[in-house]
Design a protein around this ligand. Structure first.
Ligand code: GLY
Length: 394
């Protein structure tokens, strides 16, 4: 069945949200809090500052436009505009989106996909003024496309090789492909879509273990395309299942099926989703690594207290909602509901004025580097808002 038909039949099967659904009430509440938090956040930022994280004391840390996550704050503002129709937030979203135009002439890596698709991509989706948006969007897609090698069949993720890698590709890179497929559709540049398909197919072959968990990084020989090593740099160990990596995989293959209609991508998304349904804790929010000591499937018996990663939970929730639309499988929607309700509880959702003006608490940046552990992080907010908007449209 092609994906248009699949979406049509599944939409008939999916139970629509009812007025009594607690997620609907939660969504109104979250967007009200978001308006308060992000107005305050905006007034803290200079032109070159982009919100990055807030620590447990609520201290905000910012980064420049070159930071890989610089598209998430503008993107979150676009979701606030989309849900509330408050044009003040459209203007705010545009202000923070426009600041990323400097990326086109600057040094970037594969994450230009996250940076530009979450900001300019949402602007394109939600406004009619494509003349101000398209040149930057297409230039970014072409810049990303130039990182592709037909020898490896993939886009190179990082240039800073730290003396460790030759041609590293990380699972996160699946998320950057939406910039390519969308730009290809808008402008008829088929080569960009072919690059995305090649990257996703090669990643499917080389990144996954037999149980459909994924390594974080595969290093390639750029001369032959052979795999040199498989590692999990941001996880507990090379053989462990780093939670955000699994979330990127779920979202990435669900999105690539929606974008291309290729059945292999659909099957991969379903395999990853079913693996996650087996592994996720009852409240739906994963430990930062499924195999971290102290987690139910932890590799070691040490009693080191495991930390959750709200960002991985939010990314998964958004992807589970979309995959439910594509499959009609209720278990995916139920997991997304559980995740959203947990993230909306007092344990995770900040009160106005708290948490450095972010929404969600308890995410993990990079545990092995001791960086950003149990903090608020901008991409957790972005995917939480996206998931709530997607849910509200069911
Ligand atoms: N793309 C970087 C991360 O997920 O931490």
């Amino acid at each position: 069945m092609n994906n248009t038909l699949r979406i049509f039949f599944c939409a008939l099967l999916v139970s629509s949200c009812t007025a009594n659904d607690p997620v609907i009430g939660l969504t109104d509440k979250v967007f009200e809090i978001a308006k308060i938090q992000y107005s305050a956040m905006d007034s803290c930022l200079t032109e070159r500052q982009n919100p990055c994280i807030a620590d447990k004391e609520g201290r905000l840390r910012t980064a420049g436009q070159g930071w890989w996550g610089s598209g998430f704050f503008p993107g979150s503002l676009w979701y606030v505009y989309e849900y509330t129709a408050d044009t003040g937030f459209r203007d705010l979203a545009w202000k923070h989106t426009d600041r990323l135009s400097v990326l086109i002439d600057g040094k970037t890596d594969h994450d230009i996909g996250f940076q530009i698709h979450c900001s300019y991509g949402n602007a394109l989706r939600l406004t009619r003024d494509s003349s101000a948006i398209l040149p930057t969007y297409i230039a970014a897609a072409q810049k990303l496309g130039r990182r592709f090698s037909p020898v490896t069949g993939t886009i190179k993720s990082w240039d800073n090789l730290r003396g460790r890698w030759t041609y590293p590709v990380i699972i996160d890179n699946m998320m950057n492909l939406e910039l390519l497929t969308n730009a290809a559709r808008i402008c008829g540049i088929d080569s960009l879509a072919s690059i995305a398909v090649s990257h996703a197919s090669t990643t499917m072959k080389n990144h996954f273990r037999k149980d459909y968990t994924t390594w974080h990084l595969v290093d390639y020989d750029p001369a032959t395309g052979a795999v040199i090593s498989k590692e999990t740099v941001q996880g507990y160990s090379d053989d462990s299942a780093w939670a955000r990596g699994q979330a990127w995989a779920l979202y990435g293959y669900t999105m690539m099926y929606r974008e291309t209609g290729i059945e292999d991508f659909f099957e991969q998304a379903v395999k990853v989703a079913d693996m996650l349904l087996d592994k996720l804790p009852e409240d739906g929010i994963p430990y930062w690594d499924f195999n971290a000591p102290g987690a139910p499937e932890g590799f070691s018996s040490s009693d080191c207290p495991p930390v959750r990663d709200a960002s991985a939970g939010a990314i998964m929730a958004s992807a589970f909602i979309e995959l439910n639309m594509l499959t009609g499988k209720k278990a995916y929607l139920e997991m997304a509901r559980t995740q959203l309700l947990t993230l909306g509880s007092d344990e995770y959702l900040a009160k106005p004025g708290e948490n450095g003006f972010f929404l969600l608490k308890h995410s993990v940046g990079s545990y092995p580097e001791g960086r950003d552990i149990d903090v608020a992080i901008s991409y957790a907010d972005y995917y939480f808002l996206e998931a709530l908007v997607r849910y509200s449209r069911l």
